[in-house]
Design a binder for this molecule. Sequence first.
Ligand SMILES: Nc1ncnc2c1ncn2[C@@H]1O[C@H](COP(=O)(O)OP(=O)(O)OP(=O)(O)O)[C@@H](O)[C@H]1O
Ligand SMILES: [Mg+2]
Length: 262
Amino acid sequence: MGIDHPLMELRRVSKSFGRQRVLDEVDLRVERGKNTVIIGRSGTGKSVLLKHIVGLLRPDRGEVWFEGQRIDNLRERAWVPIRQQISFVFQLNALFDSMTVLENVAFPMMENATGRIDRPKIRKLATRCLELVGLAGFDKKRPAELSGGEKKRVAIARAIAMDPAPKVILYDEPTAGLDPQRSDVINKLIREMQREVHVTGIVVTHDMKCTSDVGDRVLMLYGGRFVVDGTPEEVLQAQEPHVRRFVRGIAEPGDVLAFTAE
Ligand SMILES: Nc1ncnc2c1ncn2[C@@H]1O[C@H](COP(=O)(O)OP(=O)(O)OP(=O)(O)O)[C@@H](O)[C@H]1O
Ligand SMILES: [Mg+2]
């Protein structure tokens, strides 16, 4: 198998919930080593799209491919080796409050261990991942004792704590709810993961600073499809009206009418 195929690919993926069509024949080819950023207003299906990549949702129509293998039609058990290569940093972190920070980071490795669990090795790798995100010495704390930015860093440490390291990390709104400086830490961390750990990032966000800082390529989801695809600079300059308004933070005409008409 050559490496000319993209790392990950969506082919004409459609997904509806009842009568609401969220994804409408979406095509996406994710290039190895580059960070792909998906922007779009709230409720456009960004999280839904990410969930198709790890099999948390299945498409109604279309196909999902990873490393030259079709994965959307796999049975649950066949997903295990795929999920060992793709990490997901959830929008709400999904840390376990009853566990320490170190236990949280080690958790997926304990869960995925096949055969004998090598605790010292797992502990060492989890500690190293915490160092990598700048949280050395935080091992014994609990998530409830951390700030929002620290929690996000724990979630990223957990995402990279795999042996071997994951090929892809999906970041769902990595800077949501963080102040500009803490956001900057996360953006730099995402770049560092790309450079140092060689992970390909797929980042979902509505934060334009995050988009420019971490993105090599940016796509905007609107009406179930991508309406722009380019570098961060190109997207900032794009003339397509929905894209222009989104990157400048200007309401869509309908949004304002809805309450000024009252
Ligand atoms: N499991 C589900 N069942 C029914 N509807 C769903 C489900 N998941 C998502 N939706 C709907 O699909 C649409 C897209 O949801 P999604 O979570 O992908 O939005 P988003 O772009 O990630 O928004 P945000 O920026 O607010 O996180 C929403 O209208 C949501 O209500
Ligand atoms: Mg979302």
